[in-house]
Design a protein around this ligand. Structure first.
Ligand code: 5GP
Length: 172
């Protein structure tokens, strides 16, 4: 049976989201900010994040499929849902659940830059920075992860566990 080992409690997640939302609200005061959530994993974080922002924002989503094993990405990435808002000359903030090798994010940043936004920055809930392969800059990271495969708070394993309100290390 898979085992779920607690990593982040509701209270910890809430504190992180409030703090990062405060920084983003301050950095983007008087900007036209568009949040781009990466489906599906980031939808829970994105909804909490936007509710804690004190500035007006627009929201859109992108979806990509990466082909690899169940717990790691291969770097072969396909766009399966394009953005629908015009981001030209706007400030874009990509909202990710977790950045691992960075290959997915690198693809997403290149895709978004093709629409000529004013800026593209990145906010992630979880950052596995030791495993990075692509040279991507993370502007806002809530929590650094050093090991394991995490689930809950939007993150899945084979579509399970997304609805868990806290974050766990899944031990298969
Ligand atoms: P990357 O391209 O950075 O290697 O992979 C990013 C994607 O892999 C994330 O958006 C997520 O879908 C998936 N991923 C990487 N690590 C984890 C993890 O620990 N838990 C879950 N649920 N997904 C992960």
């Amino acid at each position: 049976m898979p085992e779920l080992i607690p990593v982040l409690k509701k209270k910890d997640i809430n504190n992180m989201v409030v703090q990062i939302a405060r920084r983003i609200s301050s950095d983007y005061q008087d900007h036209e900010l568009i949040l781009i959530g990466v489906l599906k994993g980031a939808f829970v974080f994105l909804s909490d994040l936007m509710l804690n922002l004190s500035i007006p924002v627009q929201v859109d989503f992108i979806r990509v499929a990466s082909y690899g094993s169940d717990t790691s990405s291969s770097g072969r990435i396909n766009l399966t849902k394009a953005i629908e808002i015009d981001v030209k000359n706007k400030d874009v903030l990509v909202v990710e659940d977790i950045v691992d090798t960075g290959l997915t994010l690198s693809y997403i940043i290149d895709y978004l830059k093709s629409f000529q936004p004013k800026t593209v920055k990145v906010c992630t809930l979880l950052d596995k920075r030791q495993r990075r392969q692509a040279n991507v800059k993370i502007d806002y990271a809530c929590h650094i992860v050093t090991e394991g495969f995490l689930v809950g708070y939007g993150l899945d394993y084979d579509e399970d566990y997304r609805n868990l309100p806290e974050i766990y290390h899944l031990q298969l």
